[in-house]
Design a protein around this ligand. Sequence first.
Ligand SMILES: *[C@@H]1O[C@H](CO)[C@@H](O)[C@H](O)[C@H]1NC(C)=O
Ligand SMILES: *[C@@H]1O[C@H](CO)[C@@H](O)[C@H](O)[C@H]1NC(C)=O
Ligand SMILES: *[C@@H]1O[C@H](CO)[C@@H](O)[C@H](O)[C@H]1NC(C)=O
Ligand SMILES: *[C@@H]1O[C@H](CO)[C@@H](O)[C@H](O)[C@H]1NC(C)=O
Ligand SMILES: *[C@@H]1O[C@H](CO)[C@@H](O)[C@H](O)[C@H]1NC(C)=O
Ligand SMILES: *[C@@H]1O[C@H](CO)[C@@H](O)[C@H](O)[C@H]1NC(C)=O
Ligand SMILES: *[C@@H]1O[C@H](CO)[C@@H](O)[C@H](O)[C@H]1NC(C)=O
Ligand SMILES: *[C@@H]1O[C@H](CO)[C@@H](O)[C@H](O)[C@H]1NC(C)=O
Length: 855
Amino acid sequence: MCRVMFVGIILYICVRTKAENFPSLITSNASLAIIIDREYVGDEYENIKADIENYLTYAKRELLKHGGVNHYFYSWTAINVRRDLSAVLSIASCSDTWKLFRSAEDEKLLHMAISETDCPRLPSNKAITIPLIKKGEEMPQLILDLRSAGIYNWKSVVIIYDRTLDRDMTTRVIKSITQQSNLNIKATGISLIKLERNITKYHLNEIMSTIRTKTVGGNFLVIVSHQLVETIMEYAKSLNLVDIKNQWLYIICDSIYNNSDITSYKRLLREGDNVAFVYNTSITSENCRVGKKCHSEEVLEGFMKALDEAIQDEYDIASQVSDEEWEAIRPTKLERRNYLLDRIKKHLARHGTCDNCTFWRMSTGETWGKEYQLANYFKNSEIQSVIEILPVGTWRPSDGPSMNDELFLHVAHGFRGKTLPVVSFHNPPWQILKINESGEVTEYTGLVFDIIKELSNNLNFTFTVEVVNKTVIKNSSVGNNSLEITNIATNSIPTEFIDMIRNKSVAFGACAFTVTEDNKHLINFTSPISIQTYTFLVARPKELSRALLFISPFTGDTWLCLSAAIISMGPILYYIHRFSPVYEYKGISMKGGLSSVQNCIWYMYGALLQQGGMHLPYADSARIIVGSWWLVVLVVATTYCGNLVAFLTFPKIDQPITTIDELIGHKDTVTWSFRRGSFLDMQLKTSTERRFRTLYDDAVKEHNISNLIKQIENGKHVFIDWKMRLQYIMKKQYLETDRCNLALGLDEFFDEQLALIVAQDIPYLPTINAEIKKLHQVGLIQKWLQDYLPKKDRCWKNRHIIEVNNHTVNMDDMQGSFFVLFFGFLVSILLLLLEKLWHKHAVKKKEKIIQPFMS
Ligand SMILES: *[C@@H]1O[C@H](CO)[C@@H](O)[C@H](O)[C@H]1NC(C)=O
Ligand SMILES: *[C@@H]1O[C@H](CO)[C@@H](O)[C@H](O)[C@H]1NC(C)=O
Ligand SMILES: *[C@@H]1O[C@H](CO)[C@@H](O)[C@H](O)[C@H]1NC(C)=O
Ligand SMILES: *[C@@H]1O[C@H](CO)[C@@H](O)[C@H](O)[C@H]1NC(C)=O
Ligand SMILES: *[C@@H]1O[C@H](CO)[C@@H](O)[C@H](O)[C@H]1NC(C)=O
Ligand SMILES: *[C@@H]1O[C@H](CO)[C@@H](O)[C@H](O)[C@H]1NC(C)=O
Ligand SMILES: *[C@@H]1O[C@H](CO)[C@@H](O)[C@H](O)[C@H]1NC(C)=O
Ligand SMILES: *[C@@H]1O[C@H](CO)[C@@H](O)[C@H](O)[C@H]1NC(C)=O
C-alpha cells in the first residue's frame, strides 16, 4: 500500500516537470534567434542590428497582438541551437548558412536565411532562403534554382551563348550548372559554344552543324539576345537537332519581354519539339526596393503575422477543450513549423515587394499530338496555328521558381492525355473489331490493339479508331471469332489508308502490314511486331495396311535365304544320313522317319517351327547337322518373335512429305498452290533458288478453300501459307471432323515482317520503336499473339509417336496369319483333289493292266 503511493507520487512529479518543460501553448516558448554573421556583413553589422531591433519593437507592438516573442542576437553562426528556439533568422554567407541549417536540422526550427547570391536554396519544406542578388546578375541563381528544384534534369548540356553573357557571368553560370552541391542533384557535363559578336548566318550554321547529339547529349541551354533566338531555332530545326528526345531551353535576358513576343516563336515550332523559354520581364523603376534591410523586415513581418495567427488559433482551440484533451491534440513542433512556413511563403508571394522588380517568366511549347487535333477542314492551314506556347511558371529572387506545370511538358507527360485518331480494319488476329447489333464497333482487340493500348499508357494518350471496311466485320465476327483468320493480304496497303496517314487525318495505322520495299517510299514502318514464316499443309501420313505384318519382321532376302536353307537342308540331311555307314555296321534298318528326301525336308521344316520330328538320326554326322539346324532355328525364331512384337506395337506409317525437296519429289502425285498476290508470291517470283523456282512454276491456280481442304486430306494437294494461318485451318478441321487428317511441313521459309504504319515525317517513330522493342524484350508481344492462336490439341503431337503406349492387338494385326491359314487350307484342299485324281488315275491304269489278265 505504502509502496504504491510512493510510486504514484514520483510519477506525478515526473509528469508535472515534463509538462512545465514543454508548455502547451506556442506563446510561452516562441523565441527567435537572430544571427548576423559579423564576418559576412562587416562594417554594416551595427546598422543592420539596429534596424532589425527597431523593426522588432515595431512589429511586436503592431503586428503581434496576441502573446509575445523573445529574441536573442548572435554575431556568429557557430552557435549551439537551444531546444526551445522556435525560429532562426540568419544573415550569413552561403556555406555558413548551410552549416547552421545542418546543425539545427534536428530541432525542427523554422529557418529564415538571407544569404549571398549563387547559393543553393535550403530545402523549401524546412526553410526560406532569400539570396541577395545584384540587379542584372540574377541568371546564375535562376539557373541554379531551376536545377536544384529538379525543373530540368540533365546529365549533360550544350550551352550556346553570346555576348549577353560576359566572361565573369559565364563562369558563374557554368559553376551553377556544374556545382555539385550538397543537394541530391547529379553532376552535369557541359559543352560550351560561344557565338562571337558579329556572327554571320553562315558561321552560325557551320558551328551548329558540328554538334553531334550522340556525343554531347541532347540538352541545349541557349543564352542569347532575342535577335538571335529565331535564327538559332531555324537552324536547329533544319539540322534535325530539335526532336522528341532533345530538349531546348532558351534563356532570353536582354530586353523586356511580354508573353505576346514569346508566342510569336510558335511559328518556328513543329510537332514533337521540346522547346521552353525563360525570359526576363524585369522592370527598372525608382521604387524597386532591394537589400538586406528590406528583406529582413519583409520576412520578419511575415513571421510575426504568421505567429500571431498561429497563437490566436491555438488559443481558440485550447479554450474550447479541457487541458487533457489539448495535450492530446495540440500541434507538434513540426506541425507548427510547417504552418508558419506556409503562412510566411504566402505572405511573401502576395505582399513581397523586395527585389520584386526582377521577375522572370517561363513558357513552353505544347506541340505533341497537336497536328491530329485539327478537324479535317483545317488541315490545309498551317500547323503553327495549333501549336501553343503555354506559360508554365515564374521566378523571383525572394521565393525562387514557382511552377504551375512542367517546364518540359512532353518529357514529363508524353502526349498529355491527348486523343489521337488511328485507322484500322478487321483482320484477325492482328486487329479484331467487334460490333453490336446496331453496327457500332464496340471493342478493339487483337495483337495490334494490345500494343497500342500499351503505347497509349506509356506515352499518355488515348485514341479513337476510324474503321474502314466495316462490312468485313459484319460478315464474320458477331459471334465467336477466336477461330477465324481472314484472307486479307497484308502486303498491299489500300491507297485510302496511305492517303489518310500521309495527309495526317490519323496519327498512325493501327493495323499490321507486311514490310515491303515498295511501300517504304510512301509511308514508314515501325519495327516489326511479328515475323510470320511460311510452311505447307499436307495430309497426315496414313497408317499402312497391317495384313502382311507377319512377314515384316524379316526382309525379302532373309525370307528367301530361309526358304532356301529349309529346302537345301532336307536333301543334305538325307544324304548324310543315307551314306553314313553306321546303320550297316550296327545293322539298324533305315526304314521310316528320315528315309526319303521328302521326309527330311518336312523334318527340317518341322524343326524350324520347333515341332521336332519323331525320329532322330542315329549317326553322329547327321545329328550334328540336325543340332546345328536347331541352333539356327533358335536364333531365327527368337529374332522373329521379338521383331514381330515390335511391329505389332509401332504402327507402320507412310512416308510423310516434310520438306520442300520432298514435296518437289512427289511432283507426280501431288499438286500445290498458294495465295496469289501474297508476299510469298512475290518472293517466289523473284527467287533465284532452284527449288523455289520449281515451287513457283509448277504451282496450280488457287482452289476454293473447302474443296482445297478435301483435296489436301486425300493427299492430292498441298497448300502453302503462313504457319499461323495453317494452324487455324487445322484447328477448324479438327473441331469439325474430330480427326487429325492434316499436318504441317517441317520446313519453314521466308520471314514475313509485319509492322504498323506511320507517316514518313512523324517524329515519334523512334519512340514507338523503342516501346515495341521493350515489349518484345519482356516477351509480351509473343504472349499476346499466343493468346490469339489456336490452342494445342492432339493433332499437334509429333506424328511419329502415335498410340505407342496403348496398343491392343486387333484383327488388323492378326489378319495376315488368318490369311495364311486360309491359304494353307486352300492348298491342302487342292492337294487333296490332286491326290484323289491321281488315285483315280492310278486305279484306272491298274484296271487297264489287269484287264488282259482277266480276259
Ligand atoms: C533583365 O531586364 C532588366 C530590365 O531590362 C535588366 O536591367 C537586367 O539586366 C536584365 N537581366 C539580365 C540578367 O540581363
Ligand atoms: C511587386 O510589388 C508591387 C508593389 O510594389 C505589386 O503591385 C506587384 O504586384 C508585385 N509583383 C509581384 C509579382 O508580386
Ligand atoms: C498525362 O497527362 C496529363 C495531362 O498533362 C497529366 O496530368 C498526367 O499526369 C499524365 N499522366 C502520366 C502518367 O504522365
Ligand atoms: C452499340 O454500341 C453503341 C456505341 O457504344 C451504342 O450507342 C448502341 O446503343 C449499341 N447498340 C446496341 C444494340 O447495344
Ligand atoms: C463460342 O465459343 C464457345 C466456346 O468457345 C461455344 O460454346 C459457343 O457455342 C460459341 N458460340 C458461337 C456463336 O459460335
Ligand atoms: C485525307 O485522305 C483521306 C482519304 O483519301 C480523305 O478522305 C481525307 O479527306 C483527306 N484529308 C485531307 C485533309 O486532305
Ligand atoms: C522513313 O522513310 C524514309 C524513306 O524510306 C527514310 O529515309 C527515313 O529514314 C524513315 N524514317 C525513319 C524515322 O526511319
Ligand atoms: C488404353 O486404352 C483403353 C481403351 O482403349 C483406355 O481406356 C485407356 O485409358 C488407355 N490408356 C492409356 C494410358 O492411354
